[in-house]
Design a protein around this ligand. Structure first.
Ligand code: AHR
Length: 510
């Protein structure tokens, strides 16, 4: 028999706005993300504008990506931006020691990145080098990008062909300083963040939103040390009241399916137990998010400091035969469900979470897009971003289940197999539902209180197999389709959920 899971949405009691930037992205100089992914060079037979792949731009514009983080990742703390400007043939080369030990020719640099952001219609998120860079270099990069007079850096930018300054808001102060970004203790990094934050100046009307690099997973102590490094107004121990040299704190969380970093599991060859294990790891993001938010609440109850999850996604073993340093993995229906679960958690924590960035956009880890020569493949994860697009900037609604969902036991935890989240604008709501049960369908009944719902339009992303995925030969094996059988009667929405499926329902509301 079909399990019915009942719930309530108070449509007339909207919560915080879901910042569009939680649908953000991340592109590192890693494997084939930049080169071969975003950038093929002007001489490539693949259609491009100034070397930037047009099919990639078109696919990402269709899902309205709000920001793009660059140049890393670990790469950011070895990147010297002055090497990536000026005539390409004169740019110095470097070794990309983190990712494949390959030689980086710096042909994709500041101007190319800003051009890419303009083509995508997205906001740049620049990660500056704290680990091996200098305060002066970070300061000069901000001047180069955003200053509009005849200052030394503005003049250098003009000499390199760009007259007007760019607008840059998101400014990351290093990356994973506890690891690849310098092996620092939190107290040591907090001092660095204050110094780099101070000298990363606002020029003219450009206002930087400085993001301090946070701890890994549930390292709440790191977050606490950073909160204490803020101005006294927030309970920190720094002399000047209101003196906040960074405006947000980040953290990273990856979903692994294996037992350890050396055995992360295959992206495509997994059994049902491993599938549930992955789902349990994915929902764990909410515990971690809430943990960081709780620490921040102690110092900043008014939530003026943002929380940023600037790397999230699945991390599996690389595809057989590919460079282990390139982190290239396939992307299946399982990845799509992982993404849906993350967004549910993000929507529920919209009061504190201001940004999140999928790692990474093209050809690396949980990619949205895979390229193979001229071919471009939209992954199942891409379709979740597309289906959830209208949550961006909508108001979060609380979705409470009043009957328990079926559970699946994973290790010592009971994993609920039906989850969801919702948001609204003035005239419509969007509900996202996941049935992560591997083989049982379910039905969801939602009491839409405080609204007169119109005709629902439902879309489903599923496939016969949990490991179904898209390839150049079969690019639409996993794609969104209309979901029949969704009804509204007497204010109650009924949604049939196939097994292992992600569903969105758009409902006009009066
Ligand atoms: O996304 C790949 C790597 O994962 C990033 O470079 C680093 O920040 C993290 O460890």
């Amino acid at each position: 028999t079909l399990t019915t899971v009942r719930g309530v949405i108070d449509v007339d009691l909207p919560g915080p706005r879901i910042n569009r930037h939680i649908y953000g992205h991340f592109a590192e100089h890693l494997g084939r993300c930049i080169y071969d992914g975003f950038f093929v060079g002007e001489d490539s037979p693949i259609p491009n504008e100034q070397g930037i792949r047009l099919d990639v731009v078109e696919a990402l514009r269709a899902v309205a990506i709000p920001n793009l983080r660059w140049p890393g990742g670990c790469f950011a703390d070895e990147y010297h931006w002055r090497d990536g400007i000026g005539p390409r043939e004169q740019r110095p080369r470097m070794v990309n020691s983190h990712w494949g030990d390959v030689v980086e020719d710096n042909s994709f640099g500041t101007h190319e990145f800003m051009q890419l952001c303009e083509m995508l219609g997205t906001e740049p998120y620049v990660s500056v080098n704290v680990g091996s860079g200098t305060v002066r270099a970070a300061s000069e990069w901000a001047e180069y990008l955003t200053r509009d007079d005849d200052s030394p850096m503005a003049s250098l930018r003009r000499a390199n062909g760009r007259d007007k300054p760019w607008s840059v808001r998101f400014w990351g102060l290093g990356n994973e300083p506890w690891g690849c970004g310098g092996g620092m203790r939190p107290e040591q990094y907090a001092e660095q963040a204050r110094t780099f934050g101070t000298y990363s100046r606002d020029h003219g009307s450009n206002k930087l939103y400085r993001i301090a690099a946070g701890g890994n997973d549930d390292n709440y102590r790191w977050t606490e040390v950073l909160m204490k490094a803020l101005g006294r107004k927030l309970g920190g121990d720094i002399a000047a009241e209101g003196d906040n040299t960074f405006q947000a704190i980040s953290f990273h969380h990856y979903t692994l399916s294996g037992s350890s970093w050396s055995q992360k599991g295959s992206a495509t060859e997994f059994d049902v137990d491993n599938y549930y294990w992955t789902m349990a790891k994915a929902v764990d993001v909410e515990r971690i998010l809430a943990g960081h938010a709780r620490v921040m609440d102690v110092y900043d109850p008014d939530k003026t400091i943002g929380l940023v999850l600037d790397e999230w996604g699945t991390w599996f073993d690389v595809e057989p035969g590919t460079n282990p340093g390139f982190l290239f993995q396939q992307n299946t229906l399982r990845d799509a469900l992982v993404a849906g679960l993350h967004f549910d958690a993000f929507h529920r924590h919209a009061d504190r979470l201001v940004m999140a960035n999928l790692a990474q956009t093209v050809n690396v880890l949980q990619a949205m897009l895979l390229t193979d020569g001229e071919a471009l493949v939209r992954t199942p994860t891409y379709h979740v971003f597309a289906m959830n697009r209208d949550h961006q900037d909508a108001e979060s609604l609380s979705l409470r289940f009043t009957t328990p969902a079926p559970v699946h036991r994973v290790a010592a935890t009971d994993l609920p197999t039906v989850t969801g989240s919702a948001s609204r604008t003035a005239d419509r709501m969007l509900i996202s539902l996941t049935n992560l049960h591997a083989d049982e369908a379910a039905e969801v009944e939602l009491d839409l209180r405080g609204a007169t719902p119109g005709e629902p339009v439902a879309t489903v992303l599923t496939a016969d197999a949990l490991n179904a995925h898209n390839t150049p030969q079969n690019p639409d094996a996993v794609r969104p389709r209309p979901l029949p059988g969704v009804t509204v009667a007497d204010g109650v929405l009924r949604v049939p959920l196939p097994p292992h499926a992600f569903v969105t329902v758009a409902v006009p509301v009066g």
